[in-house]
Write a new protein. Structure first.
Length: 146
């Protein structure tokens, strides 16, 4: 099992939920937008938790580095969490303009973040972690809950 395949698939699922929520908010269907936004937020936060609790520590242990790509990814996760909070507030207030503006910022941040993870960090994990460790890691990530 490749780490990159597993986690890239999660990125795409989160991207779909995000796009659906944005479309619903733009159309003014706030009830459906709120549900889809919550789905996006929960799936994204679960994905981050999998990386922060399982993937990053495994990578850091194997490479002996905590100052490299995982540090950058943790920082970006915090930025996304902040935007999720602001977007949740916009949903609650039914503020279309604020939501769409924040969604644009979120989209740019997530695209850049996901590209770095997919092209650099996941590929590095697939290279440095032995096959049996990768499959065990995916199993552990599957068990992570919010």
């Amino acid at each position: 099992m490749q780490i990159s395949n597993y986690l890239t698939h999660e990125h795409r699922a989160c991207d779909s939920l995000f796009a659906e929520a944005e479309k619903l908010a733009a159309s003014g269907d706030w009830e459906a937008a709120e549900k889809r936004f919550l789905d996006f937020a929960n799936e994204t936060l679960l994905h981050f938790k999998k990386e922060e609790e399982e993937l990053f520590p495994a990578f850091e242990t194997k490479t002996g580095s905590t100052e490299g790509p995982t540090q950058v990814m943790r920082f970006e996760h915090e930025q996304v969490r902040g935007l999720i909070g602001k977007m949740a507030d916009a949903v609650e207030k039914r503020d279309r303009d604020a939501y769409l503006s924040l969604a644009e910022s979120m989209m740019i941040l997530l695209q850049q973040h996901n590209m770095k993870e997919e092209q650099m960090l996941y590929a590095m994990c697939d290279r440095v972690l032995p096959p049996e460790e990768k499959s065990g890691l995916v199993e552990k990530m599957e068990e992570v809950e919010l």
